[in-house]
Write a protein that binds this ligand. Structure first.
Ligand code: PHE
Length: 339
């Protein structure tokens, strides 16, 4: 019996299993009720008393060795299954979440793109400005209400330093350092001291345009804006210019487009007028040209400025301005475009 146990011990050490079916066959062969190890336990009764102790120990060892071997074979099978799973080259890749551009960037880029097709280049300037570039050079009289604390963020220590309230400040910077002809758009963030609500915020974005050359007329301005409106809102869009006032343009106007929701028939969105306002514009005031060192007897020009939020609201019917700065991905993910 001892020889039989020794032979089985050696046999068990060399066991291999390539699959769980083979492994189960081994368990049946050695450890089931009629398996080889169990049969030896049954035969144990016949072992002479003086040998019982020694053979008993051997038998127990055989049983544990067989159990351990089968457990380790099982572990090996599981490990190799996991590994081949990791190497499954046919598995579909994990989806990669792509970000989308912010709606304000999309619309800003689209505005820039439309004007660049008719020869406008881009310039940017600082958001923290001095009084001269935001107001003084642009013909704002010293007591003009726009300088009032309600509209402008001033730096307490130095009233000459302000957060720009419009990107017209870039206009005065460019005109002071570059010679006409100038044909540029100025995109950027601006700040106004307003209570935050669904329709006003303390900061927003503008794109302003400037064209200075000899013999620039109001008809040129109208044509450029007509082109812009139809590129942005579709070829059937109509425009309407209403007289207005800005310190830096004369004459000045505000431009409406035919409501892009109802096509001009009248709806709650356009307050049943058929028209929605989108920008301010006008011929650059000769005082502004002179303030920036441009001879107003030789040159004339037009300027216009629009709020990017306003255009975005019209294009995508966003009802609450605050959504633009909350960074809620459920809102932002809805905007996908080539721009
Ligand atoms: N700067 C004006 C504003 O912020 C817009 C404007 C620009 C009007 C250029 C006329 C000409 O409201």
């Amino acid at each position: 019996m001892k020889d039989k146990i020794q032979a089985l011990l050696a046999e068990i050490d060399g066991l291999k299993a390539a699959s769980s079916v083979e492994l189960e066959a081994l368990r049946v062969k050695y450890l089931s009720k009629k398996g080889e190890v169990s049969v030896l336990f049954n035969d144990f009764r016949e072992v002479p008393n003086e040998l019982k102790r020694e053979v008993g120990q051997l038998l127990n060892e055989l049983k544990t060795r067989a159990q351990d071997k089968l457990t380790s074979l099982k572990d090996e099978l599981v490990a190799s299954a996991e590994q081949s799973e990791m190497l499954d080259l046919t598995r579909t890749a994990e989806p990669i979440m792509l970000g989308t551009r912010h709606p304000l960037s999309l619309v800003k880029n689209e505005i820039i793109d439309i004007f660049s097709r008719i020869g406008f280049t881009i310039a940017e300037g600082p958001e923290i400005e001095d009084d001269w570039h935001v107001f003084g050079a642009l013909n704002f009289p010293p007591e003009h209400p726009a300088r009032d604390m309600q509209d402008t963020f001033f730096i307490e220590q130095n009233p000459d330093v302000v957060l720009r309230t419009h990107t017209s400040s870039v206009q005065s910077r460019i005109m002071s350092v570059q010679k006409p002809p100038l044909r540029m758009v100025f995109p950027g963030r601006v700040y106004r001291n307003e209570a935050i609500s669904y329709r006003a915020h303390c900061f927003f974005h503008q794109v302003e345009g400037l064209y200075i050359d000899k013999d620039v007329s109001f008809a040129d301005l109208k044509q450029a804006l007509m082109y812009f409106a139809q590129e942005m809102f579709g070829p059937s869009t109509q425009i309407r210019l209403r007289p207005s006032y800005f310190p830096f343009t004369e004459p000045s106007a505000e431009m409406d487009i035919s409501c892009n929701l109802c096509g001009g028939k009248g709806c709650p969105f356009c307050k049943h007028t058929g028209w929605v306002e989108i920008l301010g514009c006008g011929m650059v005031d000769p005082n502004v040209l002179e303030n920036c060192g441009i001879d107003s007897k030789v040159y004339s020009g037009y300027a216009f400025g629009m709020g990017v939020e306003r255009i975005t609201n019209l294009k995508y019917q966003v009802k609450d301005l605050r959504l633009f700065s909350e960074n809620d991905v459920r809102f932002l993910r809805q905007f996908e475009s080539a721009y």
